[in-house]
Design a protein around this ligand. Structure first.
Ligand code: NAD
Length: 398
C-alpha cells in the first residue's frame, strides 16, 4: 500500500553476485539496508549453484530463496504473489555478466541497481538502454563516488555558478595492487579484471578510469566533445592496460584529463579530482572524503567539512549526510546515498507515480552508456596513436 507516494513497507532486494570471497556484493547489501528501507530476501550469489546456496546463510536469506542461477531467481520470484516477490535486483557480478543479468531483470519487470562498467561492450550498453527505455524499470548504476556529501555539495556549487565557468577538470584514480602479476596467482578479483572476455576492452581504464571520468561529468555537467588517450600494460603478459591517460576536450572549450593506474606502489584507492573555474577552484580526495578544498586568488584557502548543520552546506550536501560533523562518513554511506535516491524513484514507480529517468541525482543508464563509450573510445584512440575521437554519445545525459 502506498502513502503519499511512499511505500509503507521495505523494498525487497534480490542480488546476483556477492558470494563467499567476493567484494562489492556485500557493500551493495550493506548500503541498501543502511536506511532501513530495504531487505535482502533472495539471491543468486555465485555462478556455482552450490556456492550460491552456501552463501545465502551469510546474508540470512532463507534456503528456498537462495537460487542456483539468476534465471531461476527471476522465474521463481515472478511466480510469487506480488506482495512477496523481489522489487529490484542488484547486479554485483564481474562485468561480462552485467548485460545478460540486467537485461533479463528489466524484462522480468524488476528495477535494477547495476555495478559499473555498465556492460562488457558499448553495443550491449546501447541495447540495454533501449530495453530500459521501453520498460517501467528504474535503473541505477553504482558510480558510488557521486554519493559523497561533499561531491554533491561541490556539484551544487558548480551548477549554481559559484566557481564561474568551468575551464579545467583533472581527475585521477591511482591504485597499486596490480603492480605484480596477481592474476597469475589465481587471485579472484585480479583474474577477471585482467581478462578481456570478462572485463571488457579496457583494464584499469574500465575498472577505475570510468569512475574518475564519471566524477568529472557528474560534478560539472560539462559535455564532452573529443578524447585522445594512451593506455598501456606495464606488467608483462597482461592483455589489458594497467595504466592510462586521456585528455578530453569539452564542448564549452574546457579541457580535462583522466589518469588511471593500478601499478603505482603503495597507492590504495586514491581517487581525486581538481576543478578550475573562472571564479574559484576546488579539490576533493576520496581517501579524505569529509573535506572539500575551495580556493580563490587573494583569499585564504577554504576547507569545507562535511557538516549537515553548517550555513555553508548546501541542500544537496545536507541531504547526503547522516551523522553530525566530525563523525567520519565514507564508502558505505556514499554507496547508500546512491541507493537512497534510487529507492525514491523505485517507490514512485511502485506507487504509480512518474519518475525522472535522465536528470537523476543517482547515476543512471545514460551515465552507464556514456561510461562504456568513454572506455571504447579511449581504447580506440590509444590503438590509433592517441588520435582524437568523438566522445559525444547521443544517449549521454545533458
Ligand atoms: P568479485 O569477483 O569479488 O565478485 C563477483 C561475484 O559475482 C562472485 O561472488 C561470483 O561468484 C559472482 N558471480 C559471477 N558470475 C555469476 C553468475 N553468473 N551468477 C551469479 N553470481 C555470479 O568481483 P567484485 O570486485 O565484487 O566486482 C563485481 C562488480 O562490481 C564488477 O563489475 C566491478 O567492476 C564492480 N565493482 C564496483 C566497485 C565500486 O566501487 N562501485 C568496486 C568494486 C567492484
Amino acid at each position: 500500500m502506498a502513502t503519499n507516494g511512499r511505500l509503507n513497507r521495505k523494498l525487497r532486494m534480490g542480488i546476483v553476485g556477492g558470494g563467499q570471497g567476493s567484494f562489492i556484493g556485500r557493500v551493495h547489501v550493506t548500503a541498501a539496508v543502511l536506511d532501513n528501507r530495504a531487505a535482502l530476501v533472495a539471491g543468486a550469489f555465485s555462478s556455482d549453484p552450490e556456492r550460491s546456496k552456501a552463501s545465502a546463510a551469510d546474508y540470512d536469506v532463507c534456503d528456498d530463496r537462495a537460487y542456483g542461477s539468476y534465471a531461476e531467481m527471476f522465474e521463481k520470484e515472478r511466480a510469487l504473489p506480488e506482495g512477496e516477490r523481489i522489487d529490484y535486483v542488484s547486479v554485483a557480478t564481474p562485468n561480462h555478466m552485467h548485460f545478460p543479468v540486467a537485461k533479463a531483470a528489466v524484462e522480468a519487470g524488476f528495477h535494477v541497481v547495476c555495478d559499473k562498467p555498465l556492460t562488457l561492450t558499448l553495443a550491449e550498453a546501447e541495447e540495454l538502454a533501449e530495453v530500459v527505455r521501453n520498460s517501467a524499470s528504474v535503473f541505477v548504476v553504482t558510480h558510488n563516488y557521486t554519493g559523497y556529501p561533499l561531491v554533491r555539495q561541490a556539484r551544487e556549487m558548480i551548477l549554481s555558478g559559484e566557481l564561474g565557468e568551468i575551464q579545467a577538470i583533472r581527475s585521477e584514480y591511482i591504485q597499486g595492487w596490480l603492480r605484480t602479476r596477481l592474476e597469475g596467482e589465481g587471485q579472484k578479483q585480479a583474474s577477471w579484471r585482467t581478462d578481456p572476455k570478462r572485463s571488457g576492452a579496457a583494464g584499469a581504464f574500465g575498472d577505475i578510469g570510468t569512475h574518475a571520468y564519471n566524477l568529472g561529468r557528474y560534478m560539472t555537467g560539462l559535455f564532452p566533445e573529443k578524447i585522445s588517450a594512451n593506455l598501456k600494460a606495464f606488467v608483462p603478459d597482461r592483455p589489458l592496460d594497467d595504466y592510462g591517460q586521456a585528455v578530453i576536450r569539452y564542448e564549452n572549450g574546457g579541457l580535462g584529463s583522466v589518469t588511471a593506474s593500478q601499478i603505482s606502489h603503495g597507492r590504495e584507492n586514491d581517487l581525486r579530482i581538481q576543478i578550475d573555474g573562472t571564479l574559484a577552484s576546488l579539490e576533493w580526495h576520496q581517501e579524505n572524503p569529509n573535506q572539500l578544498f575551495v580556493r580563490k586568488n587573494g583569499h585564504p584557502h577554504a576547507i569545507y567539512t562535511r557538516d549537515p548543520n553548517a550555513p555553508f552546506t548546501n541542500v544537496m550536501g545536507q541531504a547526503a549526510c547522516r551523522l553530525p560533523a566530525g563523525h567520519p562518513e565514507a564508502f558505505f554511506e556514499a554507496f547508500a546515498n546512491v541507493y537512497r535516491c534510487g529507492f525514491d524513484a523505485m517507490e514512485q514507480a511502485i506507487c504509480g507515480d512518474a519518475f525522472e529517468r535522465t536528470d537523476t541525482v543517482y547515476p543512471n543508464i545514460h551515465d552507464g552508456v556514456e561510461g562504456m563509450y568513454f572506455i571504447e573510445q579511449a581504447v580506440a584512440s590509444s590503438q590509433a596513436d592517441a588520435a582524437w575521437l568523438p566522445l559525444k554519445h547521443p544517449l549521454a545525459r545533458r
